[in-house]
Ligand binder design. Sequence first.
Ligand SMILES: NC(=O)c1ccc[n+]([C@@H]2O[C@H](COP(=O)([O-])OP(=O)(O)OC[C@H]3O[C@@H](n4cnc5c(N)ncnc54)[C@H](O)[C@@H]3O)[C@@H](O)[C@H]2O)c1
Length: 334
Amino acid sequence: MKILITGGAGYIGSITAKELEAKGYDVLVYDHFISHSPSKLGETPFIKGGLLDVKTLEKTLREFHPDVVMHFAAYIQMGESVTNPRKYYENNFLGTLSLVESMIKIGCHKLVFASTAGVYGNPVVIPIPEDHKKEPENPYGETKLAAERLLGWYDKAYGFKSISIRFFNAAGATPELGEDHHDESHIIPNIINAQLNNKEFVLFGNDYPTPDGTCVRDYIHVLDLAEAFRLAAEKLMTPEAVSTAYNAGTGHGYSNLEIVKMVEKVASDLAQIDPEHAEGLKIKIKFEPRRPGDANELIADSSRLQAELGWTPSHSDLESIVKSAYTYHSNLSR
Ligand SMILES: NC(=O)c1ccc[n+]([C@@H]2O[C@H](COP(=O)([O-])OP(=O)(O)OC[C@H]3O[C@@H](n4cnc5c(N)ncnc54)[C@H](O)[C@@H]3O)[C@@H](O)[C@H]2O)c1
């Protein structure tokens, strides 16, 4: 199967590309390399181009003629989307529109879309099922939801088939590839980097109505996300494929303080120091007030993804996630 991966130089796209290549898929990455350089891609073939650069996009699609497109390209900073909504409407919504239009022109009608738990906003039911009300708290979530809805209408109009995967918190790494966003906003790399560089970790909010007062999130290993994308692409190739959206998470939530404790445990295990005597590995926490829009608790009900696509989150126990990320970041900092 031929798969075009937009945003394939990024954290999740690059790991997905490598996983697919290892399984024998014919992969081409399409990325404008603004958020990431092509250096991580190694031997993986790529084209430099933006979603709104219709000429390069159409030429790439026409020449490669993918069976399925996996669409990861997006800007991902929720906070920035509040202060600069245009950037998000343009890139994440109009970029998706441009991609879908170009795909239809060359006769490719199958897309797996990287959506987000952010489409739900502050949930009233935990774990969150896919049919939960959707009230995004920021333009990032709003533009992802608008893109999902666009995909639904394009199915009705043109028989365009899509599967949206709503990730909860993507985390973890492979030995070669991991999470290193500019202005990193994700908690696991930030705690690990604070620990490795002996800096304070800023934790927003310790007065949430959760057992230890800090936010609770559902962490999913990037390798399990890559597998969800692969299964969705395979499903789209079958005649019975229908357009739909699935949650991808583990159904277990961990508080921010539990993540801090796990990073400390992994650091002491890897250094082979008894945690009782690992004072030097302890993370210094600086508590700051809650950030607007952070939900108390986000936990996925992924039973549909498991039942309908046969997906199992086999890499996503918290210790494996943190260990893989810690190993990746310690190698980077050497
Ligand atoms: N990381 C998470 O926890 C998480 C959670 C939910 C959803 N997602 C979604 O998964 C996707 C990938 O996330 P990530 O963490 O790998 O992000 P990332 O920033 O690491 O990668 C995104 C890639 O897309 C490229 N890109 C952005 N806009 C583009 C455009 N207009 N044209 C071409 N390339 C463009 C960037 O250069 C980058 O390489 C995103 O769509 C994001 O919304 C991520």
